[in-house]
Design a protein around this ligand. Structure first.
Ligand code: PEP
Length: 250
């Protein structure tokens, strides 16, 4: 099945509003006529307004890197799905491995966040992936199955239409080690089969599964040529406008 690829940038904790403006000044002209794939940039919260202003009228969407599951409340430092929508975001990353590793996110909070986001028109990008010890111990399939089952808990196919998954093997994030196209495809097939179990085959055939982990201009073509890979979630290499444009146009 032909699925339109989604090329997403995760800027992590990088760039000020001025640097955000500077990025788009260079990036926009490079991808102006590019309509083969969808493009989304996820900057830090404080840059959202500048990013949204910079991309106005273009083919580029803006997303957040995290979200809380509540609508509002006494949750210091948190941002709700409704708030993201109100400023103009269309996408949000959920359960990135750095959130799981350093900020106590679990499969259960990922599920709460996903459920809350699916009540809105935001597109959730849910990250899953094994750490190196799990891969070396032959546990990759178990980990991916568990992360998917728990993320999808009590969510219907009808609600989940906008769901996007990002397979990000943690050993490949920011390390310069990329999964081979074959390793990535294998994991994507497993994730797709988990989605089929929960949501049905038709849903799974339409589901976009992105690959993330040291995607660079040099390896983007080989990865994106795999039928199973429906786009990329790019960290480090998305900070430079020329490099992210080269990945988008692989
Ligand atoms: C990421 O942060 O989602 C990521 C994949 O990072 P990098 O591309 O730097 O490995």
């Amino acid at each position: 099945m032909q699925r339109k690829k989604l090329m997403a940038a995760n800027w992590k904790m990088y760039k000020t509003p001025d640097e955000t403006r500077g990025f788009f000044t260079i990036f926009l002209p490079l991808v102006r006529d590019h309509d083969r794939d969808e493009i989304v940039v996820c900057p830090p919260y404080v840059d959202l307004a500048t990013a949204l202003e910079s991309v106005r009228g273009s083919n580029i969407a803006v997303g957040a890197q995290n979200v809380h599951w509540g609508k509002e409340g006494a949750f210091t430092g948190e941002i709700s799905p409704t708030m993201l929508l109100a400023v103009g975001c269309t996408h949000v990353i959920i359960g990135h491995s750095e959130r799981r590793q350093y900020f106590g996110e679990t499969d259960d909070t990922v599920n709460l966040k996903l459920k809350a986001v699916l009540e809105t028109s935001l597109t959730p990008i849910v990250c899953v992936g094994e750490v190196l010890e799990e891969r070396e111990a032959g546990l990759t399939e178990d980990v991916l199955r568990r992360q998917c089952t728990r993320a999808f808990y009590k969510i219907s196919a009808k609600k989940a239409t906008k769901l996007v998954i990002a397979y990000e093997p943690v050993w490949a994030i920011g390390t310069g080690k990329t999964a081979t196209p074959q390793i990535a495809s294998e994991a994507h097939r497993l994730i797709r089969s988990e989605a089929a179990k929960t949501f049905g085959q038709e849903f799974a055939d339409r589901l976009r599964i992105l690959y993330g982990g040291s995607v660079k201009p040099e390896n983007a073509k080989a990865l994106m040529s795999e039928d199973e890979l429906d786009g990329a979630l790019v960290g480090g290499a998305s900070l430079d406008p020329k490099s992210f444009a080269a990945i988008v146009k692989y």
